[in-house]
Design a protein around this ligand. Sequence first.
Ligand code: ADE
Length: 385
Amino acid sequence: MTIVPTNGGKKDKKSADAGLSDVVKTEVAHNDVPKPKTNRTQLLSAKETPADLKSDATLRPQTLDEYIGQSRLKTMLTMSIGAAKSRQEALDHVLFYGPPGLGKTTLARVIANEMGARIHMTSGPSLERPRDIIGLVHQLEAGDVLFIDEIHRLSRVAEELLYPAIEDFVIDLTSGKGHATRTMRLPLPKFTLIGATTKAGMISNALRDRFGFVLRLEFYSRDELAKIVARTARLLNVAMTEDAVVAIAGRARGTPRIANRLVRLVRDYGHFQGAETITESIAVAALDSYAVDAFGLDATDRRMLEILIDHYQGGPVGIETIAATLGEDSDTLEDVYEPFLIQAGFIQRTPRGRCATPQAYTHLGRAPINNHLGAGQLGIEFNKE
Ligand code: ADE
């Protein structure tokens, strides 16, 4: 697989967060793993940090065989890649969606690698003007993979130019204005578009319908995360007991990116303590020092639950209200914090807003009350105390 830089390294703020240009650079330049510069909020955020980028370059699985988890999706990709290769055709276009940190970019690279194809990596916000798209597709060769992260952030113009490119492998170039406007249709080589998004609901039907595969990434089970933690420890040459592996996996919020970050943190903590092997007690002490609890919840998660329970009687309450009370951005709450809190059973989304579940009350050491609105909304019966 060859990585082809796109957009001449041009970055907007959001794609700088996603670090796409860096991905291309670190791919070549970094073999060693730097110390993570981590604060508490960063530690459990599924958003990619510069330290993740550098470290992931050495940890990233290269093949579907090496890739742990997402088994349903892997089976489908294995069959389709095999079929496309035997017909010597490009793979049909793929859309990955799901919370951040679950491996959408990694899978795009794995697909390119399995197809023996070059990959061009860019992101929706970088493709604002027609010339951004034209410049990009102009570089494509037959069989190449074009990866567009945050594809829900493509501009309307870019999206419309992309339709014929992905459907009929042609691009319409226009010149002149008004009556003098001319359109020229140019053929493109057959390529595979891989789109990734955390917001499937923001993709137009017209765009979604043009993907042959629309695949949702799921949170990873504890067992799958334990395999990822053990693999990462092995690749980083960190000796770790099985108990320590399980303790880290249990706090990783179903997210490989967070699991790998916790391994680096625990490794550094153990190193500082002079430990040769990371035991469970070292791992737990390291994670406790960052206020990561046994479910992987951090201060912001707990605060979100406290607000629901203590300020709004368990809900239902709208995300904007929670965000205002918490002093956080509602998009961050919705994209980064809430998916895991829902998946882990602490919050339920209802048509009238978010509700804290009985598990959230227990986790925060609060006695659930019989008549609170959240329970009423969920139809939950609490014990009378
Ligand atoms: N590192 C991050 N995600 C991974 C995965 N799904 N399998 C193996 N290693 C990984």
